[in-house]
Design a protein around this ligand. Structure first.
Ligand code: SF4
Length: 197
């Protein structure tokens, strides 16, 4: 397993390569298995070879990634001469908590409604039971399965991206407008895909 120091050095080495786009992963749907931009994505390049996050090893590795990120922040703080005791003056606190904004509340409630519906109907178990019984999925059922996957994938992502867009709106600074537009764009693309599914 890579140590935090090794992860930090690798991050620096890969991010200096011109062939990667270093913002695309902020405004994508994080469905890397289906993404046509993996060869251009810095985040994808950095995660190649990482252990999966479904066991203790994965979680230990994630801690090392967080430690490596903190080490890089320390380096940047020192390089730029920031005084972290003055951090309150650097970070602008939005006038309102984005989570309490009506649109954020609405999308969160909607996401949980969809999630509860999926849970109640247990669609994946039903499909997997058919597969366990050796039933070949017809083209119609394959599309149905894909649609369920799409709904699972996008449901909470839409709520998260809309809340992030709202945060940018409330923060109301040049960079936050850029972030707001990117987040709202991927939310709209995801809503379209959810509707089709
Ligand atoms: S590879 Fe993954 S993280 Fe990168 S842009 Fe594609 S979906 Fe996003």
């Amino acid at each position: 397993m890579r140590t935090p120091e090794e992860i930090k050095n690798r991050m620096k080495e890969i991010s200096l390569q011109d062939s990667y786009n270093d913002t695309i992963f902020n405004y994508c749907d994080r469905w890397c298995e289906k993404c046509p931009f993996t060869s251009k994505c810095l985040n994808f390049a950095l995660s190649v070879g990482d252990p999966p996050l479904d066991d203790k090893e994965g979680w230990k590795y994630l801690k090392n990634v967080v430690d490596a990120t903190c080490m890089m922040l320390d380096d940047l703080t020192e390089l730029n001469g920031y005084d972290v005791t003055q951090i309150e003056n650097i970070i602008l606190t939005p006038s309102q908590d984005p989570e309490s904004y009506p649109l954020s509340i609405y999308v969160k409630e909607t996401a949980f409604k969809i999630h509860n519906w999926l849970k109640k109907n247990d669609l994946f178990s039903r499909l997997n039971n058919l597969l366990d019984l050796g039933v070949q999925l017809s083209e119609k059922f394959s599309r149905y399965k894909e649609s369920v996957e799409v709904i699972y994938r996008y449901n909470f992502l839409i709520a998260a991206k809309i809340t992030r867009a709202v945060a940018g709106l409330l923060e109301n600074r040049e960079y936050s407008h850029y972030d707001m537009n990117g987040s709202a764009k991927i939310a709209l693309v995801s809503i379209d895909r959810l509707i089709v599914a």
